[in-house]
Design a protein around this ligand. Structure first.
Ligand code: BGC
Length: 775
């Protein structure tokens, strides 16, 4: 349909009924059209790592049967790339395919924090860290949107499990929400300006995200400046009128005849201001305009090029966990046999199940790719070793695999999780590989010690029960339709592993900080570990882990030197910047990439803070012997915590520890930095304790003045009583008014509070306004 005028100019011409209809889709994947005015319907489609467009004639609720599209590495893999440029390229390819299919908005990326290794959708999410999730989420949005297609940042917010996902209330304290669960969304919104944000299914502190005015309006639009449309997750709306009032613009899929009727009734009864409806409609019309405004020619999709990109991307995501004796890359000689063992080498698992499931344009098989790539006269022999859909050991399959391992120079075992173990819709109950696979591995290792493991899994697996059998472990995640080719490239050294863990691999599930509070019960999940999610928790508890956040080896090696910091600006002026540089050299004999990670700690904080937090990173590409100077920058926000008394980001002056390294536990260079910041306002009142009054310089001075001194010059009353002070120093000052001989009568306290409030009013008027993250 041709649009005669911009849709957004037509708001005033719409009837009430038409406006109500625009706040709902017209079917599972389309917005509503208004034919009379030439407002077209636009189409949205999943998903984060490839397009899942259901053809018009298909069963839209079904997961399979979508039009063929390139299946890129899933988010768990892309998260491990630590490479925003790569993610932007993948996003651009996804955007091109969407445009070519007439899809206006791609429903991704999903950037929820991986709170527990058990979350069924961890394969669809990027990291346990909000900085990494935010940077990569922003890159994906930029890539998609530069093609003239919108992205939908999801699932906002605190959707960190699948158990009871439509009803559960995530009970998260204010600081934890701000520092962990909202921070990635904030960064992605500020840096990439997504056309749409998708609210999550769950409740957050008792209110459904679809009806959460604080999340959807106060924070998302008010504080972060989001100017796009909020769409519901599919089926997340329970009360259309309450959702509209909270800031949810578009309900998907539409509850036709119910939600539109409810809106009309509420407006006519005066329970919903028509202005609120108009605002939502204006955002729908703006989205229609954005979709129509793309000036680029219709996308031409080169599926071969996209497959090649999927393969290159998958090589950049794999994490080499260990590589004893430099077993990898394989260096077969003529006459050698490589034993490829494991059904997953022949029947690849490369994506997860649920709404993100792509119908791939083709699928690489690792076994075939290895056979095609080895030098002449090298045999790549195969034995299945185990069945994928069972955990029982098939003795015949295992015996054949052992026999093959015996006659081979080297064994490559492809292991991983069966599809039934991880999916949208349910959480896992354990993090183990299937028993038939680990049992087989032990037997293979007894037969041939030159054993490498290639892993295919979306959520992390426990390693402690089998890792000792393998000299090398290459974690390939669910890496898309070209995962098989990428595995061959990596195993044979055509590509050098450069992925880094975007989440910690714990020794045991029980060590995970969320363990006692996952997945909750009776409709509630308490985020009891607070800000200590992932490595923040493992580090605070000093727990050993299998492999730490940020870890990943290479076929080459890197040396770090010359850490410098240069501080400019002042926090009170809002322009503080710490420029951090270091030099990284490729000290090995092959080209490779290093991810330089900058962590910050505030050891003397007045609130509990993580030992260290990732605040910046850069992936550098180095030839043998080459050195690069890496430049990273920190702002006041990177040094701040969220204060639950000031309800703002707060920078506490003092010493900070800065470290650059190759992982959160492989810190190569460290330094300290003294940051001068104005003292925090103490907010003293009648319920502040005597100690709190004394800890504040002005409060203490006022208190001493009010109580006075005796003839010998000693403070009177409680201030001069060193014996009593430790006993009642933690009493609120108003309580002490009733205690005799302390010098703290009610009139004295009232006077103190008057003086202190006058001072605070003055201080507030002088504070710079807090600013959102700069793009
Ligand atoms: C999922 C979303 C998805 C939507 C549409 C929901 O069940 O949570 O991530 O975009 O379905 O398929």
């Amino acid at each position: 349909m041709k649009i005669p005028r911009k849709a957004s100019s037509l708001l005033a011409e719409l009837t009430l009924e038409e406006k109500a209809s625009l706040c709902l889709g017209s079917d599972f994947w389309h917005t509503a059209a208004v034919e009379r005015l030439g407002i077209p319907a636009i189409m949205v489609a999943d998903g984060p790592h490839g397009l899942r467009k259901q053809p018009d004639e298909a069963d839209h609720v079904a997961i399979s049967g979508s039009v063929p599209a390139t299946c890129f590495p899933t988010a768990c893999a892309l998260g491990s790339s630590w490479d925003p440029q790569l993610v932007r390229r993948v996003g651009a390819a996804l955007g091109r395919e969407a445009r070519a299919q007439g899809v206006a908005v791609v429903l991704g990326p999903g950037i929820n924090i991986k709170r527990s290794p058990l979350c069924g959708r961890n394969f669809e999410y990027l990291s346990e860290d909000p900085a990494l999730s935010g940077v990569l989420g922003a890159a994906m949005i930029q890539g998609v949107q530069r093609q003239g297609v919108g992205a939908s940042l999801k699932h906002y917010a605190a959707n960190n499990q699948e158990t009871d996902r439509l009803r559960v209330s995530a009970e998260v304290d204010e600081r934890t929400l701000r520092e962990i669960y909202l921070a990635g969304f904030e960064r992605a919104v500020a840096q990439a300006r997504p056309w749409t944000v998708m609210c999550s299914y769950n409740k957050v502190n008792g209110v459904h995200a679809s009806q959460h005015a604080w999340l959807l309006s106060t924070i998302l639009r008010g504080e972060w400046g989001f100017d796009g449309l909020v769409v519901s997750d599919w089926g997340a709306v329970h009360d259309r009128v309450a959702a509209l009032a909270a800031g949810l613009d578009l309900e998907m899929p539409p509850n036709l005849g119910v939600s539109d009727a409810a809106i009309l009734t509420a407006v006519r009864a005066g329970r919903l201001e028509e202005g609120v409806l108009d605002t939502a409609v204006a955002r729908v019309l703006q989205l229609v305009d954005r979709a129509a405004a793309s000036t680029q020619p219709a996308a031409v999709v080169d599926l071969d090029a996209h497959h090649a990109l999927a393969r290159a991307a998958a090589t950049q995501c794999a994490v080499l966990l260990k590589n004893q004796d430099h077993l990898l890359p394989l260096r077969p000689n003529a006459g050698d046999t490589i034993a490829v063992i494991g059904e997953l080498a022949r029947t690849p698992r490369y994506q997860g199940a649920g709404s993100s499931q792509v119908n791939p344009t083709r699928v690489d098989v690792a076994l075939d790719e290895l056979r095609a790539a080895v030098p002449d006269q090298v045999e790549v022999a195969f034995a299945a070793g185990y069945g994928i859909d069972t955990t029982d050991g098939d003795q015949q399959l295992a015996a054949e695999a052992v026999a093959l391992a015996r006659r081979a120079e080297v064994v490559v075992a492809f292991l991983g999780l069966p599809a039934a173990d991880e999916s949208e819709g349910f959480d896992r109950t354990h993090m183990d590989l299937p028993a038939n696979q680990t049992a087989l591995l032990a037997r293979l290792a007894d037969t041939n010690p030159n054993l490498a493991v290639v892993l295919a899994n979306g959520s992390v697996v426990r390693l402690t029960d089998w890792e000792q059998h393998a000299k090398a472990v290459l974690e390939c995640w669910l890496s898309g339709q070209a995962a098989g080719g990428a595995a061959a490239d990596l195993l044979l050294g055509a590509a050098n592993p450069c992925g880094r863990l975007a989440e910690t691999l714990p020794l045991r599930l029980e060590d995970n900080p969320s363990y006692l509070n996952f997945p909750g019960e009776a409709g509630h999940v308490r985020y009891g570990e607070g800000i200590f999610v992932g490595y923040r928790g493992y580090d605070a508890l000093d727990r050993q882990v299998s492999y730490p956040f940020g870890h990943g080896l290479s076929y080459t090696s890197f040396a770090y030197a010359d850490l410098t910091t240069n501080l400019t600006g002042r926090p009170q002026d809002g322009d503080l910047v710490v420029a951090v540089t270091c030099r990284v050299t490729n000290t090995g004999d092959r080209h490779g990439k290093e991810v330089v990670q900058l962590y910050v700690g505030d050891p003397q904080a007045s609130v509990a803070r993580p030992v260290r937090e990732l605040k910046a990173f850069a992936k550098v590409d180095l030839d043998p012997g080459e050195t690069a100077t890496v430049e990273l920058a920190l702002t006041a926000r990177d040094l701040s915590y969220w204060s639950t008394t000031l309800h703002d980001w707060t920078l506490e002056g003092g010493e900070f520890e800065l470290a650059v390294g190759a992982s959160s536990r492989d810190l190569r260079l460290t330094t300290t930095l003294d940051i001068a910041a104005p003292p925090l306002p103490a907010r003293l009142d009648a319920m502040s304790t005597l100690q709190e009054w004394l800890a504040d310089p002005t409060g203490s001075a006022l208190l001493h003045q009010a109580v006075g001194i005796d003839a010998t010059g000693r403070p009177k009353g409680i201030l001069g009583n060193q014996e009593l002070m430790p006993v009642i120093g933690n009493f609120p000052i108003s309580t002490l008014a009733a205690f005799p001989n302390l010098g703290l009568s009610h009139p004295v306290i009232n006077h103190l509070i008057d003086q202190v409030s006058a001072r605070e009013q003055l201080a507030t008027s002088e504070q710079p306004a807090s600013r959102p993250i700069e793009s």
